[in-house]
Design a protein around this ligand. Structure first.
Ligand SMILES: Nc1ncnc2c1ncn2[C@@H]1O[C@H](COP(=O)(O)OP(=O)(O)O)[C@@H](O)[C@H]1O
Ligand SMILES: CC(=O)OP(=O)(O)O
Ligand SMILES: [Mg+2]
Length: 407
């Protein structure tokens, strides 16, 4: 069975083709037959496309970044032609799994894409304005190129759908929750769930016996408190703007600031949306970039605003970890994942340092050594610290496989 996966994040689009042979899924992610990534962060009208195959063919191209739909079509063409061709005809693709960021209250399981589902993704775009529209364009482009494939949506909100109401409801008027669906939905659920399962595997423990904090630190950043394999609290909320400070997003703010800007500065909703989603976080404070690598380079050059941006990022990360810790009432392991969580040893050590009083101790040599799916805590640490390469794409492929195999 050939399953294609499309994962549109805020700074990148990652696509993978998996070939699943036989009637059992392997425990570890298999090597994708083909993978493509589009990096949207280089602006000036262009995005960088890079395609690789299992046979080591590599193809790079600058593509027009004016629409997700046309970029996705270009990505999909490389499956069918050129040096990265891995299929002869479109009908060879059995299913396409799409990461859809916001599924609202209705969708918390992998779901076959119908016109009704597309309408819901469109409607929910007002809650996830930089994600759902891209997800929908990806679905429509794929339907065009692979009309015979089964399209499946897997939702980032799904894993958090059982968060207790005490953590999910916002303390405004009750009618917000009851009538408007204003509640904490939480995001990055595919990644948090995958990491919790992988953590249990790496620790050799039953997931149902573990208390975990998973830190998904990418361009978007969120934490989840996981008990008995379930998300019981998470830092992102009604939208992916809540919680931690991120690359270009603010995370939690005093809502009074928004009222002030609306009243005194004449801002409207679109302007606030743009500033909070695109010009805040590491980028807003440093004035340089939302990319942690650029922040580190600037700190190395003595840039004090880049230093402040990093210090704020760590301060907020620590305080939200503390909050998840309190919700769990104890901790067996903390997991780092996402572009920053997987690659930036300084973020990991700075975050962990605050919890030394609990007996949490890193093995700094392991932390520095580009760990992948490894425990980097010192042998005598009271809490394990894992670095896990998130495999959202493989998790989506598994969901598709279960859905198709069952039907
Ligand atoms: N080697 C690295 N060191 C520090 N940060 C990194 C490194 N590699 C990637 N990152 C960070 O990871 C972020 C992207 O994370 P990723 O999870 O891939 O993003 P997305 O949210 O688009 O899925 C980049 O903005 C960058 O800040
Ligand atoms: C929900 C979200 O913020 O996703 P990403 O980090 O991929 O932008
Ligand atoms: Mg991501």
């Amino acid at each position: 069975m050939k399953i294609l996966v499309l994962n549109s994040g805020s700074s990148s689009q990652k696509s993978r083709l998996y070939e699943i042979v036989g009637d059992q899924l392997s425990e570890h992610p298999p090597k994708p037959v083909w993978q493509a990534s589009v990096d949207w962060t280089h602006h000036q009208g262009f995005a960088e496309l890079e395609v690789k195959t299992a046979e080591n063919a590599v193809f790079k191209e600058k593509i027009q970044a004016d629409s997700y739909a046309s970029a996705t079509e270009r990505v999909l063409q490389t499956l069918l032609e050129g040096e990265t061709q891995v299929i002869k005809a479109a009908k060879e693709i059995d299913a396409v799994g799409h990461r859809v960021v916001h599924g609202g209250q209705e969708y918390n399981q992998a779901t076959l894409v119908t016109e009704e589902v597309k309408a819901a993704i469109r409607r929910l775009a007002s809650f996830a304005p930089i994600h759902n529209p891209a997800n929908l364009e990806g679905i429509e482009a794929t339907e065009k190129v692979f009309p015979e494939a089964t399209q499946v949506a897997v939702f980032d909100t799904g894993f958090h759908s059982h968060i207790p109401l005490s953590a999910a409801v916002y303390p405004g008027p009750y009618v917000w929750y009851e009538k408007e669906g204003i509640r904490r939905y939480g995001f990055h659920g595919i990644s948090h769930q995958y990491c919790s399962q992988r953590a249990a595997q790496l620790l050799g423990k039953d997931l149902n016996s573990l208390r975990l904090i998973t830190c998904h630190l990418g361009n978007g950043c969120s934490l989840t408190a996981i008990k008995d394999g379930k998300s019981i609290d998470t830092t992102m909320g009604f939208t992916p703007l809540d919680g931690l400070m991120m690359g270009t997003r603010s995370g939690s703010l005093d809502p009074g600031i928004l009222i002030y800007l609306l009243r005194k500065q004449g801002f409207d909703a679109d302007k606030l949306d743009d500033i909070l989603n695109h010009d805040s976080g590491l980028k807003g404070i440093s004035g340089i970039s939302g990319d942690m690598r650029a922040i580190q380079t600037a700190i190395g050059e003595g840039n004090t605003r880049a230093q402040l941006a990093f210090d704020m990022y760590i301060h907020r990360l620590r305080s939200h970890i503390g909050s998840m810790l309190a919700v769990l009432g104890g901790l067996d392991a903390i997991v780092f994942t996402g572009g920053i969580g997987e690659n930036h040893s300084l973020t990991r050590s700075a975050a962990c340092e605050a919890f030394a009083f609990l007996g949490l101790k890193l093995d700094e040599t392991k932390n520095q050594a580009s760990p992948k799916d490894q425990d980097i805590a010192a042998a005598d640490s009271s809490i394990r610290v894992l670095v896990i390469q998130t495999q959202e794409d493989w998790a989506i492929a598994q969901e598709c496989w279960h859905l198709l195999y069952k039907s």
